[in-house]
Structures are given as C-alpha cells and as structure tokens.
Design a protein around this ligand. Structure first.
Ligand code: NAP
Ligand code: SF4
Length: 664
C-alpha cells in the first residue's frame, strides 16, 4: 500500500512538516529529577530521527497551581530553559520539530493548591479546588502567554494548548464544572471566553512564525459536557483566536467510557473528529486508537482529518514514520493498546516504557553495544523473553539460533488473540519474526530442542516458558476440567455453563472469551454520535444474551480483578458484569464430580453445575533442559517464565529478554 496522504508535507506558519504524522502529547513520568532533560532529549530525538512529522511534549503547566503533582513541570520564569534547550536541540539535530504542550490541570491536580472555575471536586480526585477569582483568571491567561514566550526562547517550534480531557480550560467550557455567574460562565460565549483568551495569549507569546495547536475535546463523554454545536463553536473560537491546528481530545479523565484501551476498536473516535473537520477552516488531527499506517492513511484519504496524532504507537516504534516513508509498514512494531508498559506504570507513580519495546523511555540505559567477543547462542523458546533476547543478542553480533516448539513464534503471549480486544497481539510476534530475520537469527519453528541440539553452541538461553498449574483437588482429573490454554487455543470447546477457577488476568481473559458476542462498541458503552444529550452519552443498550453462563471464583476475599491493569481492569470488570458473569471471592474448593464443582462460600455449600471447569490458577516454570545443559558444562541463562513463573507477565518477559540480549 502507498501512503500519499500520510506522506504529504504541510506548511504550518514558518514550519514545514514533512508528513502528516504527529507524536501526540504523553506524560512519561520521567519529567522530574536530575536526569530528566537528558532522558527526554534522548527519547524525543530518537522519535525525531524516526521521521515523525511533529512531536508534542508531555504537558507542562503555565504556573504552580496548574501542576499535576507537587513535582510536576512548570514553565515560568524560574524554569530551567537550558534543560529544555537540550531537548529542542537534540530534536532539531535529529531533523525533527517539537512543540511544547501547555497544560493546566485545574481540578485534576493532586496537590493542595488546585484551582478551577467553580469549587467542585472531581470524582477522580480527593482534593476540592479553590474557585478562581477574576484576578486569578487574568493572571493565569498571562501565565499561558508567558509559557508560550518561554517555549519559543527555549527553542520549541510552537506550543499546544491542552483544552480537553477535563483539564482547566475544558472545565471552563462545560456546565458540568462551570457554575459561574460572571462573564467567564453562564451561556456558551461566557464559557468559551477563557479558551479564546488563552489561545490569544499563547498566540501573542509565540509570535507569528511558531505553530499553535489546540487539543480540543471532540466529545466529552460526561454528563453536562458540551453538546455537538458547542463543540463546533469551540473549534471556530480557537481558529478565530489564532490556532493553526486542532488536535482531537476524546473524553474527560473522569468519563466512565474507555477511550484508548485495547477494548476500544481502532479508529473508534474518528467520527467525532470528522464532525469538527467539517466545520473547521484549519487542519484537524485525529487521535486515540489509531495505531496502523493503513488506518491513518484511510482517515486522511477519506477526509476525516488532515493529520494523525499517535502517542503510544511512537513508544512502540520510534521509527514508525520512517518505515511508512520507506514503504516498509510491515516492519512497524505496532502498539497493541495494552497500557501495561506505559499508562499503568504512570498511574502507579512510575515512568512509561512499552511492553513490545522495552527500550522506550530507557534509551540510554538500553544502549546496544557490539558484543566484545561474539559467540554462538542457542535460545530455546520463542515467547516474549526468547524473541527479545535473540533479537538483541544477534544485533550485537552474536550468532543466534532460536528454537520454538510450536509452529509459530509468540508462546503464551498470543493465546489471548482470540479476544476481540487483543486481536492486535498477533502483530507483535509477526514484527519480531521480521526483525529476527533481518538480524540474521536462525529460527527453527516446530522444533522441540533436545540437549543434543544444543551441544554445538557456546551459550544457551532457556526461555522455555511455563506449564499451566494443575489443580490439586479430588476429581481434578474429571473430563470436565480443562486448562486455560486448552480453551483459548480452541483445543477444547467449553459447554453452556462454565466455572472458572482463578480470577487473575488469564481468568478474566477466559471469561471474556467465553461470553464474547458481536456487540458494537458504541451500543455497549452508550456513546451517542448525535449528541442527543450534552456530552455525547446515551443509555447503553441492553446487553446481548450470552450463550453461556459463567461463574468465576477465587479463594482470596478481596474483590476479583483487583490485580488487573490499572487502566484496563475496570473496563474488563464492567464488561463481564454487564454480560452477567458471576464473580465469587472467599471460595473454598471441595471436589469435582459429574454434578459439577462443589464449593463453600462463607460456610455455605454450593454446587456450580458446570459443564466445563476451566483452571486459570497460575503457572509452573518449565525447565526441562536445564539439568542436561548444566551437566554438559555450558553457560546457561534462564529467563522469563522458565525462571520465575510467579512473575509471568509479558511486560517482564520482554524486558528480561532484552536486558539479557544486551548484556550477553
Ligand atoms: P495470577 O494472576 O497469578 O492468577 C492466578 C489465580 O489463580 C488467582 O486468582 C489465584 O487466586 C488462583 N490460584 C492460584 N493458585 C491456585 C491453586 N493452587 N488452586 C486454586 N486457585 C489458585 O495468574 P494468571 O491469571 O495466570 O496470570 C499470569 C500473569 O499474566 C499475571 O502476571 C497477569 O498479570 C498476567 N496477565 C495479565 C493480563 C492483563 O489483563 N493485564 C491478562 C492475562 C495475563 P486465589 O489464590 O485467591 O484463589
Ligand atoms: Fe502500546 Fe502497550 Fe506499548 Fe503502551 S505498553 S505503547 S499500550 S504496546
């Protein structure tokens, strides 16, 4: 496929974008601390080198009140402009362009000094904001202008004003959060006044040559958000105030509709961008769950948007744009929307990396250096740990052979591909297969390695993975009992009533697989393209009738699913509850017989009359070859689930494989 629209240049004021691909703003969790600027410089320079048309930084507040947390970044007169210079110089030296996002968090800030148009606490925050006075508003607008001026003096090619996702500017725009009776509230023109004044101040601060993008909420997905006409009016207001680009924001952070997780189908929000593009006279960028060049090109070709903004896809593959330009889209390491490496750690106070690309955000730490003494290495096991290790070791000059018993790469990682939300997971082993071939790795598929096969190698890496743990219970060998891999791989078809033992990530995946239907995303989450109510929400449709009755259970007394991903677990739990899946905690398992699974919950006996009982109870390491290789006196490295099955997790496995590949 060709990408003429994606590769078309665009002149924005004094800056020429070589293509229509933007790296969207993303907080990386590494913006504070002594090594912040060198780390950011390295991170963004790598993306610039990878050919992205324009980079938007993570949000930086125009003043102390607007910070996200006590150590959040602020661009004011005390800011370290020389530090910012390191970033802009590195990006420019790599041939890129970068704008600074100015973000005032308003009532979402996590510190005592937060402010908002009205003193209304956000449902996702424990702190109530102080209502801004006239003087606060005037000062804040001036602070935006100052941040823009400082951004230009620090070498940025412009700025993006964050006016979506429920942050301060969005809070002024919506009746939900703006109850003011003065000229900054009330009717639409009052509620849009702060937005327009901020954009004007930023334009003045930037001067005429720099780019001004405004990230505007296309659909708020909260009650008392903007209605459809108000969204269009906001777009016209920012255009009149001097914006050059409108970037798409989708949903407030407090919305109870998923907007970017893998449960959201790719391209799910482009209808909202298309509405604004139809009424705007300046270029509009589409965003959220656009992860492939084919989708991006189609959106531009059909006139939905003029540019495409992608953040996580650039974590997954810094060279995304260069691969499009080179006509090698199949080489792109696609973002699978898992959030496990990026957003989940950020929301737990950590920093972002990427599950499928562990180098992301740690470019200096994971700097490949040629192996001082190249050796021949056998890597046994083509799951995440094995693939990652083989690739990095081969790139450093080792002669690597990868043995995989199955007919394809991926191991446990691709089991979940049968779930609609995880369909993209197949892209990762496909990418690694290409990269391994390019790095000269000999891949032997369908080959159960024997100790004799390993004799010729200098070193052996055992990434042989795990075996699903077996249930230790009277009746556990009953024909009704199946392990999760039998169900997800299709080897065994579950009956009409299913008991799932174990409520970890895999138990939840199996439940989702068993109740999967064909319900459209918008119907399930009550998304209303017609904006019948402000905010674009409608009542969800009644759930489809599942062909199966599913009961999940665990021994712990805590809420099932507590350990799921921070940004995806709530979506999965809500989906399964909607589909009528029963979840039991504090269960004692008694025995299994023809009538089903006998359990006790809070001292009461109960029989789950299951046709199938699926065990999702963790894993044991698979170390079949370890003794033999050790006995042969070979240096042997044990990684991934084969080393520590209790920590079996694709994020850890890719990282562990990468680390060993870079060191071996
Ligand atoms: P897991 O998260 O450790 O869950 C195992 C479940 O089995 C627990 O609910 C545990 O709960 C139960 N269990 C453990 N030993 C048992 C036994 N002997 N008898 C009966 N029940 C037992 O493991 P997993 O679900 O296999 O997941 C493996 C890894 O993959 C995890 O790191 C997980 O995070 C990751 N993963 C993540 C996702 C995701 O959505 N992010 C999806 C899939 C996998 P009780 O002890 O309370 O009974
Ligand atoms: Fe995408 Fe997952 Fe990587 Fe985040 S961790 S960038 S969601 S693949």
């Amino acid at each position: 496929m060709d990408y003429p629209h994606l590769l078309a240049p665009l002149q924005v004021r004094g800056v020429r974008l070589p293509n229509r691909m933007i790296m969207g703003s993303m907080h990386l969790g590494c913006e504070a601390g002594p090594d912040a600027f060198p780390r950011l410089a390295r991170f963004y320079a790598e993306r610039a080198k990878g050919g992205i048309g324009l980079i938007v930084t993570g949000g930086v507040s125009p003043n102390a009140e607007g910070r996200f947390g006590p150590d959040g970044s602020v661009l004011d007169d005390t800011a370290d402009l020389a530090g910012h210079r390191q970033v802009t110089d590195a990006v420019h030296a790599a041939g890129g362009r970068i704008v600074l996002q100015i973000l005032h968090c308003g009532r979402y800030g996590r510190h005592a000094g937060i402010v908002a148009p009205s003193p209304l606490k956000a449902p996702i925050n424990s702190v109530t904001p102080r209502e801004m006075s006239e003087a606060d508003i005037a000062r804040t607008i001036a602070d935006y202008g100052r941040a823009a001026r400082l951004a230009v003096s620090a070498g940025y090619d412009g700025a993006e004003v964050m006016a979506s996702e429920g942050y301060l500017i969005n809070e002024f725009m919506a009746l939900r959060t703006n109850r003011r009776g003065d000229r900054w509230g009330g009717g639409l023109s009052g509620r849009l006044r702060f937005l327009a004044e901020v954009v004007r101040a930023v334009r003045a601060g930037l001067g005429e040559a720099a780019i001004l993008s405004v990230r505007l909420s296309m659909v708020d997905l909260v009650e008392d958000g903007l209605d459809g006409d108000e969204v269009l009016a906001a777009a016209r207001a920012v255009e009149a105030a001097g914006a050059d680009i409108i970037n798409s924001g989708i949903g407030w952070h407090e919305a109870t509709v998923p907007t970017i997780a893998h449960a959201v189908p790719p391209g799910a929000w482009t209808w909202a961008t298309a509405r604004v593009k139809g009424g705007a006279g300046i270029p509009v960028a589409a965003s959220n769950r656009i992860n492939s060049p084919d989708l991006a090109e189609a959106l531009l070709a059909e006139g939905t948007a003029d540019l495409v903004s992608m953040a996580r896809p650039l974590l997954a593959d810094p060279a995304f744009a260069a691969k499009v330009a080179a006509g090698r889209p199949e080489d792109i390491n696609l973002c699978i929307g898992c959030n496990q490496g990026c957003l989940d750690p950020i929301f737990s106070g950590g920093s972002a990396t990427c599950l499928v690309n562990p180098r992301a955000g740690r470019e200096a730490e994971f700097d490949p250096r040629p192996a001082p003494r190249p050796t021949s290495i056998a890597v046994v096991g083509g799951g995440p740990a094995g693939m990652a290790c083989a690739l990095e070791a081969a790139r450093r000059g080792h002669a690597v052979t990868l043995f995989e018993a199955a007919a394809e790469l991926g191991g446990q990682f691709i089991l979940a591909r049968v779930l609609p939300a995880k369909r993209d997971y197949v892209a990762t082993p496909r990418h690694y297969a290409g990269a391994l071939a390019a790095a000269g790795v000999t891949v032997r598929l369908g080959r159960v390695a024997q100790a004799a096969d390993l004799a010729e190698f200098d070193q052996v890496v055992l990434a042989t993975g795990i075996t699903p743990r077996r249930l230790d219970l009277p009746g556990a060998d009953h024909p009704k009992v199946a392990a999760y891999d039998d169900i997800l791989s299709g080897r065994i078809r579950a009956g009409a009533t299913v008991a799932i033992i174990g409520c970890g990530g895999i138990g939840f995946d199996v439940a989702a697989f068993l109740v999967a239907g064909h319900e459209p995303f918008e119907a399930a989450w009550g998304i209303d393209r017609d904006f019948t109510h402000p905010g674009g929400l409608a009542a969800p449709s009644p759930p489809p009738v599942s062909a199966r009755r599913v009961v999940m259970m665990q021994r712990k007394r805590e809420r099932p699913g507590k350990g799921l991903g921070k940004t995806t677990g709530w979506i999965l739990r809500a989906h399964l509850q909607r589909m009528g899946v029963e979840m039991l905690a504090g269960v004692d398992y008694c025995h299994i017989d023809d009538s089903g699974l006998h359990i006790e919950v809070e001292g009461k006996a109960r029989v789950i009359a299951a046709d199938t009982i699926v065990t999702c109870i963790g894993q044991d390491p698979r170390q079949d070859l370890l003794a033999a290789v050790r006995a042969a006196g070979k240096p042997v490295h044990l990684i991934g689930g084969a080393r520590d099955a209790a920590r079996l997790d694709a994020l850890a496995a890719f990282e562990e494989g990468t680390r060993l590949g870079l060191e071996i």
